[in-house]
Ligand binder design. Sequence first.
Ligand code: DAH
Length: 343
Amino acid sequence: MADQLIDLQSALEEIDGASELSALQNIKAKYLGKQGIITGLFKKLSSIPQEEKRVFGQRVNALKNQIEAKIAEKRAEIEKRLREEKEQRNRFDITLPGAIRDIGAYHIVSQVMEEVQEFWLSMGFEIATGPEVEDVYYNFEALNTPEWHPARDMHDTFYFNSNRLLRTHTSPIQIRVMEKRTPPLAIFAPGKCYRKDTPDTTHLPMFHQFEVLYVDKHVSVAHLKGILETFVKRVFGRDRKIRLRPSFFPFTEPSFEVDVSCSICGGEGCRSCGGTGWLEILGSGIVHPNVFKNVGYDPEEWSGFALGMGVERIVMLKHDIADIRDLLRNDKRFLKKFMGVNI
Ligand code: DAH
């Protein structure tokens, strides 16, 4: 009797055919809701003859349980499918390489400049700077550099007009500082310089220098030599020696080119140092009296030493770089070799 109550088979198929939770919900309401078919059968219970009640009740209960079980099973199936669909949508391949960013670093020229600066600061020198677009007066005249000096040639120097140029060295900073200050003074002046040089293995039209100026009473070559020795040992290594060679600069008298002993042969002479055992690193000297006169210092009272050095030159010597142009090529393979060398 109860078998004819409802077509269980088609009810189960109906449930099975639901592909969305909302459809399933509707089917559930159709059978088990307040107005549902199964609920209707339970309501009939009271009008069933007493002797059939038990069997009828059991049958309806069984139907209810089967439909409930099927709905629960279907719900789990749909929810699983929805979960999988969502996972598929949000899926990403964790084995794909990420967007790797290179970590930046100071350029080797900046690193060496920093190292050099540390030394002079530790010796009590102050940092001074000056303009890269300079007056002819500061770049040459005040530095006692005569008209005939090759650096003053239009072909060697970047002029804006007859009075202005890109500074050819950091020496004009000496004048700018002395004009404003009274001695004694000790300055370290780093900066970029420009010359109309065609780039080759040892020349660039833009390069870095630093200038050192010390003015006090009774300053002698001994002071210059002493501090240079300390500088070279600190920056190039304890085993390095220096040599002063007489030279000429218009703004110093006497003037010296300073050499450092070759690191490859230790002074014996090899291919690296052209067989001499020495490598030229800087120009220096005792400040010329005319320079003091130009800034209003009494040369009878004050004396001083000055020196100027190319930073790229130190970089090349310290790190065995054969071609100065490598410093500007922006080749990451080259630059990476010097990441954090000194800092
Ligand atoms: N200014 C010179 C140059 O660029 C280098 C130099 C030589 C600077 C002697 C000095 C010095 O202060 O005393 O070639």
